[in-house]
Design a protein around this ligand. Sequence first.
Ligand code: 13P
Ligand code: SF4
Length: 303
Amino acid sequence: MDIKERINELKARKNAVILAHYYTPFEVQAVADYVGDSFYLARIAKSSSADIIVFCGVKFIVESAKILNPDKKVLMPDVTADCPMAHMADLKKIKEMREKYPDLAVVCYINSTAELKCHSDVCVTSSNAVKIVKSLPNKNIFFIPDKNLGRFVAEQVPEKNVLLNDGFCPVHAAVSKNEVLDAKKKYPDAKVLSHPECEKEILDISDFIGSTSDIISFASNSEAERFIICTEDGIEFELGTSMKDKSFLFPATRPCCKDMKLNTLEKLLYVLETEENEITVDDEIRERALLPLEKMLELGRSK
Ligand code: 13P
Ligand code: SF4
């Protein structure tokens, strides 16, 4: 049996399901039962009837799956896969902001630690942040941890006072404007599609801004045939397999998240075999972090 056959045999025998983010290696996405962006994967994790969830992503996404599914065994191929941005907010600042603005809603991008979620009112992902912030009754919003997504949301919801935090995604923030303009010079017909975690100077020269799944839908529904993609390069697997007649280019320095890429096929097989790398969340943290996650699922339901 080759590695894929062994994964499929173990999956069936153990009633396990494999979830993978669009940024994981191509071969991992190819064996996964569900591939998607953070919001889609959170919803799948919540509704899964499998006994074991093997989640190929980074710690904050996998932790969220465990918080939503306390009775399931949730495994991670590599427990060191962590998102640096998830740690880029602090509790002291949240406390100060709450004191300064009594009506404050702390809106927490799902790319954050469970501890930060415990101190937040609602979670969001890049695919539902605008909709959820719009639906909140609060005027003052403290958006943590990503300043770039926060600024993008603020522009879409001018009726709110969105206060920004200083966090950022090192992968998206490194996308170079000159490299995007070079690609555009070479292919003037190409549409620039960007993730809102990119810096403002990239969003300002983009034809479309959206989450990974929104980028895929936009490309699929567009008349254009060529696209310059400003997000993590794992998305190329879905773009390339579902739209063979279109071409997808990346800036010369391809955005690549080394943490997402820690999810290899070999490690996936290993955790399915051994059931090691189980993710646990302390009960008190789980109960508190569940509230903003459930609120997100409720407010984001119609999408
Ligand atoms: P989405 O999956 O919401 O597009 O977020 C991108 C991301 O950086 C996940 O790590
Ligand atoms: Fe974190 Fe950025 Fe990697 Fe997503 S792409 S996991 S936000 S470092």
